[in-house]
Write a protein that binds this ligand. Structure first.
Ligand SMILES: O=P(O)(O)OC[C@H]1O[C@](O)(CO)[C@@H](O)[C@@H]1O
Length: 616
């Protein structure tokens, strides 16, 4: 309890000046830290050449220190809390890393890595090709401070796009831009079609910040699940006529998003509506989606820049347009992010909350992802933060090779839902079960808007319970040697949400440098996409074979082996079985004999013979 008594926004800093231990880190970059080829990992704190840190030093110190266990003496723990507490006064944000057990020795060992990480992110912000595989700049930091963009035309692009977003949102909300055939005479709903980075940020922000009665309500299609799509469209019902459909895809060619668009366009046709009068595209210039939207004359098109990755696109049109349309103050989100960016540029570890997070991650996960990151926001509105961070962290850090081409299989697994709900689900295991995680508590100090609180028992409000649950869980976990970080914000506001996004973007960037990987590409995702393409190609061959057999008179039902042979793909028999099982479940293949539970008994055919296809 005492630990939090000073955490109200008006109180002075908790850190007594004389108590503040400024580890003499990061005084200034020496030449040795300027280039990647002069790998900092070869330098010790004193600058002498030593063995590769990734294999020995920091991990060695880490192992040694971890054997000592976590600090349990309450007085020493309080000192550690006060010593390491980070506060961003203006943002009202605190970061408590005291329940992560790193030692001063470990911090000192990490110095060279941090030198390199700070230098790398400085170079990135200046426009270096920070995504070497794809030869791209990485510029999401410029989105909240266009002046940082390395070229004047980029600054103009950013500012013009932001102005266009604000104007468009104003015009839609005021009814100046309106759907052609809605009884309301204005747009009332948004249907956002996109996936991954083109959905998760907008979903998180909508849940966190949309007012109770937004000018436009938002729904999402973020999958190629026909049932899910039908559900969204059914829920819109007649309001489809007043729905603004925002199709978001950086590449403009992601299959799930294309499918979502085609399904929505079909629903529009069936309702007698003109999709082009209600469609908006957010995509890279000249992508397939951009060209479609331009040729079909959609209501508006907003750019997604080459130098912004999907998972860091919340402050681009991807996140800002849907937010603005819901009445969320997007300029405040940008201010919060920009303030956090300023703070996380510090090369003094204790003054840099993103560096502190990266340090904790490195310590907790042994620099090799040995522990999972459990995100527990004690606030319903932050429910989707863990899902948002899951992509940001795992797509960025989950890499097979490091920047030098060594196989490293890096990453940190992220999951979480919200407290105290999760206490009634899986916290039992966290407290007592397999010790393969560290927790990040997200604490929100303000329970309700002023004037709405009441005591549901003497001296205790509903929010006090939430507070107690968080503190109790943090203590109980720590008592059992489970480490945790706590991020505290005063309130969930556009500013604090912008700051949280920026905090984690920077922490991920720094951590990626610490472990020497490219955080800005996602080569692994391609394998699944390619394999899916191969399955669909095989399905077309299966269909052709079944069609030919079904056009015979009499119809010739085929066994799986016969289908596989005629497809010239005997090695793919299992996949052919899965394809037929799926088609049969959807009435597209008929079972003449046997059943799917015993694959060898199956004989299948198509209900209809398609002669056109047969002779094509
Ligand atoms: O915005 P796009 O190009 O449709 O991509 C969606 C998502 O797909 C991924 O490329 C992964 O497949 C993500 O990185 C991205 O956020």
């Amino acid at each position: 309890m005492a630990a939090l008594s000073g955490l109200c926004s008006s109180s002075p800093s908790l850190k007594p000046k004389h108590d503040r231990v400024v580890i003499p880190l990061f005084r200034k970059y020496s030449l040795a830290f300027r280039t990647r080829s002069n790998s900092c990992s070869k330098l010790s704190v004193s600058g002498e050449v030593s063995a590769d840190l990734s294999k020995t030093n920091s991990v060695g110190v880490l192992k040694k220190a971890k054997q000592g266990g976590l600090e349990k003496d309450p007085k020493a723990l309080w000192r550690r809390y006060v010593d390491w507490l980070y506060q961003h006064k203006e943002l009202g944000l605190y970061l408590d890393v005291s329940r992560i057990g790193f030692s001063d020795e470990f911090v000192a060992e990490m110095e060279p890595r941090f030198h390199a990480a700070f230098q790398a992110i400085e170079d990135l912000e200046k426009g270096a090709i920070a995504n070497p595989d794809e030869g791209r700049m990485v510029g999401h930091y410029w989105l909240r401070n266009a002046k940082l963009a390395p070229k004047p035309f980029l600054q103009v692009q950013i500012e013009k796009t932001l102005d266009a977003i604000c104007k468009f949102a104003d015009d839609v909300i005021s009814g100046k831009i309106k759907p052609p055939s809605s009884p309301e005479g204005r747009f009332t709903q948004i249907l956002s079609v996109g996936i991954g980075g083109s959905a998760l940020g907008p979903q998180f922000v909508a849940e966190a910040l949309a007012p109770d009665n937004p000018p436009l309500k938002i729904r999402f299609i973020d999958n190629t699940d026909p049932g899910g799509i039908d559900h969204q469209i059914a829920q819109l019902g007649p309001e489809l006529a007043s729905t603004l459909v925002i199709v978001i895809s950086k590449s403009g060619g992601t299959p799930e998003t294309r499918n979502g668009l085609l399904e929505v366009q079909k629903a529009f046709r069936e309702a007698g509506l003109d999709f082009s009068k209600q469609g908006v595209a957010i995509t890279q210039e000249n992508s397939l989606l951009d060209n479609t939207a331009r040729i079909e004359g959609w209501v508006a098109r907003f750019p997604m820049f080459d130098w912004v990755g999907g998972r860091t696109s919340e402050m681009s049109a991807v996140g800002l347009l849907p937010a603005a349309l819901q009445g969320i103050d997007i300029r405040e989100m940008l201010v919060g992010a920009s303030m956090m960016d300023n703070a996380t540029r510090s090369s003094v570890l204790k003054d840099n909350p993103a560096a502190l997070l990266a340090l904790c991650w490195y310590w907790a996960c042994d620099g090799v992802g040995s522990k999972d990151m459990v995100i527990l926001p004690y606030k319903d509105s932050l429910l989707l933060f863990s899902r948002y961070l899951q992509q940001l962290v795992m797509e960025s850090l989950g890499k097979e090779f490091d920047l030098d081409g060594n196989r490293v299989n890096q990453g940190i697994s992220v999951y979480g839902n919200k407290g105290s709900t999760d206490q009634h689900a899986y916290i039992q295991q966290l407290r007592e079960g397999v010790h393969n995680f560290f927790v990040t508590f997200i604490e929100v100090l303000r329970d309700r808007p002023p004037g709405h609180d009441w005591e549901l028992e003497p001296g205790v409000t509903c929010g006090d319970y939430l507070f107690g649950m968080l503190q109790g869980t943090r203590s109980a976990l720590y008592a059992n040697d489970r480490e945790s970080v706590t991020v505290t914000v005063q309130e969930v506001t556009p500013r604090s949400v912008g700051a949280l996004v920026a905090l984690y973007e920077r922490a991920v960037g720094l951590y990626a440098s610490l472990v020497n990987i490219n955080a800005y590409h996602q080569p692994g995702v391609e394998a699944g996409k390619k394999a899916a393409g191969e399955v669909l190609a095989l399905q077309k061959r299966v269909l052709a074979v079944l069609n030919e057999a079904s056009c015979k008179d009499p119809v010739e039902p085929l066994t799986l082996e016969e289908v596989a042979e005629r497809c010239h793909a005997p090695e793919d028999i299992e996949m052919i079985y899965k394809i037929i099982e799926h088609m049969a479940a959807n009435d597209r293949a008929l079972i003449a004999e046997g059943d799917c539970g015993s694959p060898n008994s199956l004989k299948v055919f198509l209900g209809e013979c398609n002669l056109d296809e047969l002779y094509a």
